[in-house]
Write a protein that binds this ligand. Structure first.
Ligand SMILES: Nc1ncnc2c1ncn2[C@@H]1O[C@H](COP(=O)(O)OP(=O)(O)OP(=O)(O)O)[C@@H](O)[C@H]1O
Ligand SMILES: [Mg+2]
Length: 210
């Protein structure tokens, strides 16, 4: 099984005084690794560090077979590592849902028509086509989360980084989420407090100790 992400001895800088020490881990092809641990322990910080949004104080990080430490190492990962933010408001630009989901593919060079079709197909896979013309500010919390996920999936990522993906979703929406995620066949790193999600999706658990 090939290694996609490998981290050892990572410490993250969190403000001038704080450092977060993280356990060593690897993510392999075919895995869905669940990150669990108390609030404030560093699950979100770890996901953000994989994209260079939180600086590494020390340790070694390899992604797709290459060492990553400086900004230039992380830029090419923003796309192949598809991050679903813990707060979907951080992710949605709008103006409409369809525009928002098409934004990533357009940014990667697809023309408007292609990007628009891909956005609609991706929304349909999550049974969200009825929201396509809605302004993103007018979505419920759960709808925002699913639309943000559609935006991530439309970028054709190689690996998903999902930060509390089931937060705020009702049971039926969770079922759709699980089915859609499993359907992608993608490897994933999932930060979650949701035991049902961990049991249903996880192939392995990484616990960040208190
Ligand atoms: N922008 C920031 N600057 C400085 N410190 C931060 C920042 N964001 C978060 N922190 C701190 O970093 C630590 C880890 O936070 P993080 O959000 O990674 O935890 P978490 O495990 O994801 O928590 P939760 O389960 O509540 O989502 C916390 O102590 C938090 O207060
Ligand atoms: Mg978090």
């Amino acid at each position: 099984m090939s290694v996609l992400i490998e981290a050892s001895g990572l410490r993250l800088a969190r403000g001038p005084q704080r450092q977060l020490a993280l356990p060593d881990f690897a993510l392999h092809e075919g895995e869905r690794l669940c990150l669990v641990g108390p609030s404030g322990r560093g699950k979100t910080s770890l996901l953000h560090a994989l994209l260079g949004f939180v600086p590494l104080q020390s340790g070694s990080l390899q992604v797709f077979g290459r060492a990553r430490s400086r900004e230039a190492d992380f830029v090419p990962l923003r796309g192949p590592l598809g991050l679903l933010f813990q707060d979907p408001v951080d992710q949605l630009f709008g103006p409409t849902v369809a525009d928002d989901v098409a934004f990533g593919p357009r940014n990667m060079g697809q023309d408007s028509a292609q990007a628009g079709q891909l956005a609609l197909r991706t929304l349909a896979a999550l049974q969200l086509e009825h929201l396509a013309e809605r302004p993103v500010q007018q979505l419920s919390g759960g709808e925002q989360r699913l639309v943000a996920l559609a935006g991530v999936l439309a970028m054709s990522p190689r690996v998903l980084l999902l930060d509390e993906p089931s937060n705020g979703l009702d049971e039926a929406s969770c079922e759709r989420l699980f089915a859609c995620l499993l359907d992608t066949g993608l490897p994933m790193l999932i930060a979650s407090h949701d035991q049902t999600l961990v049991q249903r999706l996880g192939t392995r658990i990484l616990t960040l100790p208190a």
